[in-house]
Design a protein around this ligand. Sequence first.
Ligand SMILES: Cc1cc2nc3c(=O)[nH]c(=O)nc-3n(C[C@H](O)[C@H](O)[C@H](O)COP(=O)(O)OP(=O)(O)OC[C@H]3O[C@@H](n4cnc5c(N)ncnc54)[C@H](O)[C@@H]3O)c2cc1C
Length: 179
Amino acid sequence: MLRLLTPLAKLWTGKLAVKICSETLECFGGAGYIEDTGLPQLLRDAQVYAIWEGTTNVLSLDSLRALAGDSLGALRTVSTGWLEGNDDMHAASTIRQTLDAAARWLDQHGNQRGQLEAGARGLAFTLARCAAAALLARQATWSTQHDDRRPAAALQRFVRRGLDRLVAPDADNTTLLLG
Ligand SMILES: Cc1cc2nc3c(=O)[nH]c(=O)nc-3n(C[C@H](O)[C@H](O)[C@H](O)COP(=O)(O)OP(=O)(O)OC[C@H]3O[C@@H](n4cnc5c(N)ncnc54)[C@H](O)[C@@H]3O)c2cc1C
């Protein structure tokens, strides 16, 4: 599981950092673009994560390597544990259904290397979102018991944006684009 979670965490947070810093600059309006505020540097520096953590493509291939073992089964088992005690049934069933869809996607494309690699980013983002949602559910369970409903609200909002980022690469297009 750690072999899978490591590239997933690196590639997803690397991409998220850029988006979040960009939104942060925008929150400040025009001032966010002005160098003296120090804000543009945050955005510039965030861009390095998706590069020096190993690049998104290469980390997606790392996650495929981890998936050659039974790491997806391990992720499913650990996610079930993270969901224990959480009363958001919609989140739990969305996570399970999305992990099932990922397993079917792997079965379907597992023996076509080109298609597998062409869809590797989508698969990695899907699994990263499932793991993040399950961890957020664990936090929400604890926080709700301590009178803080915000993580539960965040979980609801996150899951409603959908966890599935799987793509079905067209074989002809893949060959054409790889050529
Ligand atoms: C500021 C900075 C600090 C760094 N510090 C360290 C450090 O302390 N220690 C360290 O070990 N490294 C460090 N690095 C190196 C960093 O890990 C590499 O830059 C990174 O792994 C990308 O490798 P690369 O530069 O050789 O790019 P390349 O591997 O040449 O990648 C170029 C492009 O090709 C894509 N690509 C490459 N291979 C494939 C493939 N098989 N399939 C599909 N696409 C592919 C990549 O996604 C990328 O878009 C640092 C880099 C930077 C920018």
